[in-house]
Design a binder for this molecule. Structure first.
Ligand code: ZN
Length: 294
């Protein structure tokens, strides 16, 4: 704590000049956007079986994950294995909406997906109940008004579940409008905080409008500039809302597993650009608080 105060004093003494000693963030990481899809492990062996992915988390200081997978078996395997416990990784399981690739373009109007989600929620995992729904994608934002998309948003809010959504800024408004609270009590995690590059001012506006909206930062265009450091307008936004952002690997293809070390090192580098308390919040606390992970 004394060291933290010293660093904060040093930062404020230098005013807005930026970080003093730009050392990497060394605290725990919460990977809030992780997939353990069929092709990563093929039910057991695969190129990335459980010991492999757990070793990657462990050596990068990743102590907790939001896990979802196509199909949900990958998440269940991670959640139930003794190896996960041994690696010191806490699994926060989400129900994925996709049984296969075809579901990507149809989930928002497919009643059988709604039934599948309800069945999975009732069943839960060996690590406890599912804590969220997603990741889901909307390539056309108007599909946020699909009948099943509407029902799932209402269901999530009623049950206090988080929602991980890969959508554009227009769809954020549409999804929020479909909840009982009109987005005032909706725990929506915006995957990539707008992978299409919604302007910072627009992200700011949405964060102001929806008090529980959170932003996950993988693949976010414009986030980092030269040397992997934060771009100035993003640094300012993160410091304006230090309680609202989180990091994630988005291991949607096996290549992302191969680069897991680099991805986490990249996060540690730019987190080190921030005051230590903000770095700790974005790297760990925000997701840990959202899901009650100690
Ligand atoms: Zn993803």
């Amino acid at each position: 704590m004394r060291r933290l105060l010293w660093v904060m004093a040093a930062v404020s003494a230098l005013g807005a000049a930026g970080p003093v000693a730009a050392s990497d963030y060394s605290g725990p990481l919460f990977d809030a956007h992780l997939h353990y899809n069929a092709e990563a492990w093929d039910g057991s062996a695969g190129p990335h079986p459980l010991p492999d992915v757990l070793a990657r988390m462990q050596r990068n200081g990743v102590k907790a994950i939001v896990s979802n997978s196509r199909p949900n078996d990958g998440t269940k395997a991670l959640a139930s294995s003794a190896l996960t416990k041994q690696a010191g990784v806490t699994v926060v399981p989400f129900v994925r909406l996709y049984r296969n690739r075809a579901d990507y373009d149809n989930w928002f109007r497919d009643e059988t997906i709604y039934t599948m989600v309800q069945t999975e929620l009732a069943r839960g995992t060996d690590a406890g109940p599912f804590k969220g729904i997603g990741e889901f994608h909307l390539y056309d934002s108007s599909n946020a008004n699909g009948p099943v998309a509407k029902k799932l948003m209402a269901l999530a809010e009623d049950k206090g579940l988080a929602v991980l959504a890969h959508v554009d800024d227009t769809a954020i408004d549409l999804l929020m409008a479909n909840t009982p609270s009109k987005g005032q009590r909706t725990r929506l995690i915006w995957a990539h905080t707008g992978i299409g590059g919604a302007p910072v001012a627009r992200v700011d506006q949405l964060f102001a409008k929806y008090p529980l909206l959170m932003g996950e930062l993988s693949y976010r265009p414009g986030l980092t500039c030269e040397g992997g450091k934060l771009c100035p307008e993003w640094r300012a936004l993160l410091l304006k809302y230090p309680d609202r952002f989180m990091i994630g690997s988005d291991t949607w293809v096996n290549q992302r597993w191969q680069y897991y070390d680099e991805l986490m090192k990249g996060y540690r580098a730019w987190l080190g650009d921030l005051p230590p308390d903000a770095a700790r919040k974005i790297g760990w606390d925000n997701a840990a608080n959202l899901f009650g992970v100690k």
